[in-house]
Design a protein around this ligand. Structure first.
Ligand code: FES
Length: 171
């Protein structure tokens, strides 16, 4: 038989090759739907697990403010907006940087306030001495280390520099 089906005994008649062909088509369509469904689940799950660590970065220096505006005994929040141009468009980035000093203001530490899980902004909870992410209840220590929750890595520490009495962070 041309379709590859086995011979039937004469009293059984013949295969309904059209019905078999429709069933094969239906099975194929269901298989394709299953693959699409699996991809729809696996890709976001992978993104959830990989977190924000896959985001590309175009480094640039951001002015945070005058040195005097960062009391060394507390964590100071700075919101920033940057604009960068490539050949076709201008890209704006907004974010939050937290600044503190461990040596009385001789040097400063700047942490990117973007959660390393899925990119929400963390908030400094001074009374608890930790950063909290409102999206999935993560917590980070003052130095950015993960205390709890799904973030795959600490808050990113940024390079800092002082020029003309102003503090800058490379974001
Ligand atoms: S974005 Fe998920 S814990 Fe911060």
């Amino acid at each position: 038989m041309a379709s590859g089906l086995p011979e039937l005994p004469p009293e059984k008649g013949a295969w309904d090759e059209q019905a078999i062909s429709r069933r094969g088509l239906l099975e194929g369509a269901l298989g394709a739907l299953a693959v699409v469904g699996a991809v729809a689940v696996i890709v976001p799950a992978g993104r959830f697990l990989a977190g924000n660590s896959l985001e590309p970065a175009n480094a640039q220096w951001v002015e945070l403010g005058a040195i005097e505006s960062f009391p060394p005994d507390r964590v100071t929040r700075v919101n920033f907006t940057t604009n960068s141009k490539d050949a076709w468009r201008t890209v704006s980035r907004r974010g939050t940087i937290y600044v503190y000093s461990d040596d009385g203001g001789a040097t400063f530490v700047a942490l990117n306030g973007t959660c390393t899980h899925l990119g929400c902004m963390v908030q400094w909870k001074a009374e608890e001495e930790k950063f909290a992410c409102p999206c999935h209840a993560a917590a980070f220590a003052r130095n950015g280390d993960v205390l709890s929750g799904p973030p795959p890595e600490p808050l990113h520490q940024l390079a800092v520099k002082v020029e003309n009495g102003k503090l800058y962070a490379e974001i």
